[in-house]
Every structure is written in C-alpha cells, then in structure tokens.
Design a protein around this ligand. Structure first.
Ligand code: ADP
Length: 319
C-alpha cells in the first residue's frame, strides 16, 4: 500500500513556493512603480533643458503607466493566487481521494477475508458430530451474522456502482411500519447480544423504493450495532407529524464529532486511521444512505445522544 504520510511533509514546501511566487511578483510590481515615478521626476527636471517635453504629456504618460502597473499587477496577482489555490486544492483533494481509495481496498480485503475465514471454521466445527446442540445454535447465529456482513458488503458495492450509472428507483406506497418491524425481527434474531428498544408507530404509509430502503436501514442500524459495542442498547423509533415521517436510530457508542458529521457522508470516508482502527468497514454505508434519502426527497440529521452516542434521524417528507 502507498504511504501518503511522506507527502504531508512537502506541504510546507508547497506553501513556501506559493508565498515566494506571490512575494516576488509583488516586489516586481513595486519596483516597476518606483522606476515609473523616478522616470516622471527625471523628465520633469529635464523639461528646462529639452523643450520637446511637455508637462501635460509627462503627467499623462506617468498616470497611464501607473494605472497599467496597478491594474495589470492586480489582475496578474489575483490570477496567480487563484491559480495556485486551485492547483493546491486539486492536488490535496486528489491525494485525499487516493488515500480514501487505498483505505477502501484495505478494508474490502479485510471485510471479505474475515467472514469467509470464520464461515470456513464454523462449517468445519459443525462437521464434527460430537458437538453439543447449544454450541451448534451459537455457531449458526455467528454464521448468520457473517453471511449478513458479506451480503451487506456486496449490496453496498453493487449499489454504489449502480448509483453511478443512474440507479432506477422504483417507488411504491407501502406500510413502512410493517416494513421496518419485519426488518427489525431479523436484526433482533441475528444480534441477540444487543438490546433493541423499539417504538414503531403503526400504519404509517409512504412512497418508497423497498430495495433501497432496505439497504439504507441496514446500513444505519448496522453502524449503531458495530460502533456501540460497550453499551449495546439501541433505540429505534418511527413517528410522524403533520409534514414528516421520522425514523430515529439512537445508539450509545462513541458518538460523532461536530467536524465529522458532514464528512462521514463522503464516499469511502471513515473516521480515523485504517491501520489502527478497530472496527472495519468500507466507508460506503453512509454515502449510499445519503444518496437514497436524497432520492426520497428526505434528509439525514445526526445529533448527539445522552450521555454518549449518536442519533440518526431519517426524515421523509410525507407523500
Ligand atoms: P463504514 O461503517 O463502512 O466505515 P459508513 O459510511 O457507514 O462506513 O460510516 C462512515 C464512518 O462514520 C464510519 O467509519 C464511522 O467512523 C462513522 N460512523 C457511522 N455510524 C456511526 C455511529 N453510529 N457511531 C459512531 N460512528 C459512526
């Protein structure tokens, strides 16, 4: 994997070169202006010796050149600064994209290898006839979690690829209270160690794309399960008011810093460093979630939970 940390060291040189160019340019402009003023004074002195000079012509020439130096100097100066800022921005955004892509490849490799390795181990163990029934149940539950993890990874990668080639949303009006209740049944059986506090208001209807809504809900709920390991109580609430339907998923994990609340929706963005991070993922989940909410004309609001954790509000305008 490429090491991008070295490039950060060049950031200082990059800014130093930019500053040098701007300073050198300003210095030339000042020098030129000084020479123009000197020339003006010299011609004014020579006027007594050489009658071909006229006071008004000297004054006019001086003023024109002064305006030229200031005007062109400003245009050049602003263009140089703008150009340098744009190049600088492009360079760092390209570097950021490369870094995120690198992290993504690292995590996809991990996300594929880990469930496959544990599924292989589970099947080998289940092949052993002497294994107790309660152990079999526990192993099957882990196998189910690992299969869901693989499924989610494939779904997220496919969804991202489809979204880039214009995914066709298929909207239909459904009972989303029933839809989420059914999904939650699956989650409670696959994650027996979590404590789900569920409050779903019945018979709320909304026009949605079922497949997309499934992926959206799975991603947000899975994040709550994944990041809130110390206090695994997750509150899921579906409610409506006059204009909106709100699905709220609140966990008691580490929460999300103010500066990260926007960034985590970027493609491949993950908080922290891939080599030292404990939880693995691809950085696609929230990117997809936001795209899906946009397609439903809705939005995602993140607030801080008390005493710790994050609350994800998925807000759908009623339609
Ligand atoms: P992934 O979970 O695969 O890394 P996501 O796009 O789903 O990717 O999330 C982006 C980042 O947002 C995660 O890497 C994580 O740092 C942060 N995040 C998402 N959900 C939560 C949460 N419930 N609590 C704390 N951090 C979260």
């Amino acid at each position: 994997m490429k090491d991008f940390s070295n490039l950060n060291k060049y950031r200082f040189f990059h800014w130093a070169i930019m500053l040098y160019m701007v300073a050198a340019f300003a210095w030339w402009a000042i020098l030129l202006n000084k020479k123009n003023t000197e020339n003006y004074h010299l011609k004014n002195r020579l006027i007594h010796v050489d009658k071909s000079f006229s006071v008004t012509e000297i004054e006019q020439e001086y003023q024109i050149q002064k305006r030229m130096i200031i005007g062109e100097g400003l245009v050049f100066g602003i263009s140089i600064i703008l150009g340098l800022v744009l190049i600088n921005r492009g360079f760092w955004s390209e570097l950021g994209s490369n870094r995120k892509l690198n992290n993504f490849l690292l995590s996809v490799t991990h996300e594929l290898k880990t469930p496959l390795a544990s599924l292989k181990m589970i099947y080998n163990t289940l092949g052993n006839k002497t294994i107790a029934d309660n152990k079999k149940v526990a192993l099957l539950s882990i196998a189910q979690q690992e299969t869901s993890r693989l499924e989610r990874l494939v779904d997220n990668i496919l969804m991202t690829a489809q979204m880039e080639q214009s995914y066709q949303y298929n909207f239909e009006k459904i009972n989303i209270s029933e839809f989420f209740t059914k999904r939650l049944k699956h989650f409670t059986s696959v994650h027996p160690n979590n404590n789900f506090d569920i409050d779903i208001k019945e018979n709320i209807y909304q026009s949605v794309d079922k497949e997309a809504l499934n992926i959206l809900f799975d991603n947000i709920l899975n994040n709550a399960i994944k990041y809130a390991t110390r206090n695994p109580t997750i509150k899921i609430e579906l409610k409506e008011n006059g204009k909106e339907i709100i699905l709220s998923i609140a966990d008691h994990g580490p929460g999300i810093n103010k500066e990260e609340k926007e960034k985590i929706f970027e493609k491949f963005y993950r908080i922290g460093n891939e080599e030292t991070r404990e939880t693995k993922g691809t950085g696609l989940g929230l990117f997809i979630a936001k795209e899906i909410m946009n397609a439903h004309k809705g939005s995602i609001k993140i607030t801080d939970n008390q005493p710790s954790g994050a609350v994800f509000d998925l807000i759908f305008p009623k339609r």
